[in-house]
Ligand binder design. Structure first.
Ligand SMILES: Nc1ncnc2c1ncn2[C@@H]1O[C@H](COP(=O)(O)OP(=O)(O)OP(=O)(O)O)[C@@H](O)[C@H]1O
Length: 286
């Protein structure tokens, strides 16, 4: 099991007037190759949870296992855990600093002390993962790229560490629609073609509806709903109560149903909505 969390509780600034329980008895397991969407209102504990998964924060109670190893046990090197669990934080392009795309992506592997040959292999592979042509981009300055390209370079920098589990914290935040599509397309490809285990934190229900196998919904530090996107998005009332929404097409289906159309309300993606609406057209119901 790449990731397992047992009875995890985390308290910021314990025993002070600012004490805050950010995670409250979390239990979860993530399987090899799974794509998990982590959703929740601002302050629900998403960032706190992902920082526990590579030891940036340590549990107040409970355990985190990566590849069946309890990461807070004595003698466990956090460096080896951080190689297994790569986190792409929000706005990762702010941390680009080298003069070429190659050097930036090579930064992590270089620190691992790998040979130049191995580093080059990893940079090539990471650029392929994020859909950036090696020859075209390797000598370019990261600063002259578009927003979506910059972000893909930053993601490639984490991928070059060859993590087993990739965590993405709001990978499309602040990008224009084109940049967002580019980044999402490559994330989808990494999961489908390379069978990576991915955890994606997002505020976009439309994105996780398209990509995730399973959704975990956090509210006030607790897991309140868990299941396939279809199962989770059927609980509109519960989601709205905790300040979340469902994919836009679900609201459309609900409206059409109210107007008497025989539409399948289970749809969650634009593609499914298109199919349903075309079906209604063909049956001359619209
Ligand atoms: N360094 C800190 N010190 C004290 N409290 C904190 C700290 N970081 C976060 N918190 C609190 O812990 C709770 C969980 O925060 P967290 O950042 O994990 O939420 P989040 O779901 O990631 O939110 P967002 O969607 O805004 O990123 C919040 O109530 C937050 O105010």
């Amino acid at each position: 099991m790449p990731v397992k969390v047992e009875n995890l509780t985390y308290v910021y600034m314990p025993n002070t007037p600012f004490e805050k329980k950010a995670l409250d008895n979390i239990n979860l397991e993530i399987k090899d190759g799974e794509f998990v969407g982590l959703i929740g209102h601002t302050g629900s504990g998403k960032s706190t949870l992902i920082q526990q998964l590579n030891g940036l924060l340590k549990p107040t109670f409970g355990k985190v296992y990566i590849d069946d190893i309890s990461i807070t046990d004595k003698g466990i090197s956090l460096k080896s855990i951080r190689q297994k669990v790569g986190i792409v934080f929000q706005y990762p392009e702010h941390q680009l600093f080298e003069e070429t795309v190659y050097k930036d992506i090579a930064f992590g592997p270089t620190n691992l002390g790998l040979t130049n040959e191995e580093i080059e292999k990893r940079v090539k592979r990471a650029m392929d993962f994020v859909g950036l042509d090696y020859e075209t981009y390797k000598d370019r300055s990261p600063f002259e790229l578009s927003g979506g390209q910059k972000r893909r370079v930053a993601i490639a920098g984490v991928l070059a560490m060859e993590p087993k589990v990739l965590i993405l914290d709001e990978p499309t935040a602040g990008l224009d629609p084109k940049g967002r599509d580019e980044v999402l397309k490559q994330i989808k490809r990494m999961h489908k073609e390379y069978k990576m285990t991915i955890i994606m934190v997002t505020h976009s229900m439309d994105e996780v509806a398209q990509l995730a196998d399973r959704l975990i919904v956090l509210d006030k530090g607790k897991i309140v709903i868990e299941g396939s996107p279809r199962e989770v998005f059927n609980q509109i009332d519960t989601l709205e109560k905790i300040g979340l929404s469902v994919p836009q097409v679900k609201y459309l289906a609900k409206k059409l149903k109210e107007k008497g159309f025989n539409i399948n309300e289970d749809i969650i993606t634009l593609e499914e909505a298109k199919r349903e609406i075309l079906r209604l057209f063909k049956e001359r119901k619209i």
